[in-house]
Ligand binder design. Structure first.
Ligand code: FES
Length: 157
């Protein structure tokens, strides 16, 4: 009798833990070529371990990341989008990352209107020598996205 009750998933005492283990968020990293992308490469060549949840797309500057790209990524199935930019003052195109810093809070506000958690978009300034920081950020982001759960904005197939 006791076994019958516990065999039901909703009666399992560790169901929250079990769900956490099953859901693996997909993170799209949109990284600036001159800083975060190089930092990511450096982390890889230094054999730093990071979750396999991250897929990287390279852009020449974080200022290139337009709101439409972010919305398309969410619609296409990304659970989180990590935008990697040069530190303020280091942008190779002078003010590209300033545009990004102004743009991301607006996009976050916009997606919040659709009931999408603003944490689905993160902007982080990570230089070419900060592979360790990038690895830590990816770990942190995976944990946060696991708590938020799958992206409900994802286009149904
Ligand atoms: S070149 Fe890296 S953010 Fe502009």
């Amino acid at each position: 009798m006791a076994n019958e009750v516990i065999d039901q998933p909703e009666n399992h005492p560790d169901i929250d833990t079990a769900v956490d283990c099953v859901f693996e968020p997909f993170i799209l990293g949109i990284f600036c070529n001159w800083c975060t992308y190089t930092g990511c490469d450096q982390a890889g060549t230094s054999r730093m371990q990071r979750p396999a949840n991250l897929r990287v797309m390279r852009v020449m500057c974080s200022g290139r990341v337009e709101p439409a790209m972010v919305l398309k990524a969410l619609k296409s199935g990304a659970d989180g989008i990590l935008i990697g930019a040069c530190h303020i003052g280091d942008c190779h195109y002078v003010s590209g990352n300033h545009k990004t810093v102004r743009r991301i809070p607006l996009i976050s506000k916009f997606i919040k209107q659709f009931g999408i958690d603003p944490n689905r978009i993160w902007l982080r300034h990570i230089s070419a020598s900060e592979g360790v920081e990038l690895t830590e950020i990816v770990h942190e982001y995976v944990n946060i996205l696991k708590k938020i759960g799958p992206n409900s904005f994802k286009k149904k197939k």
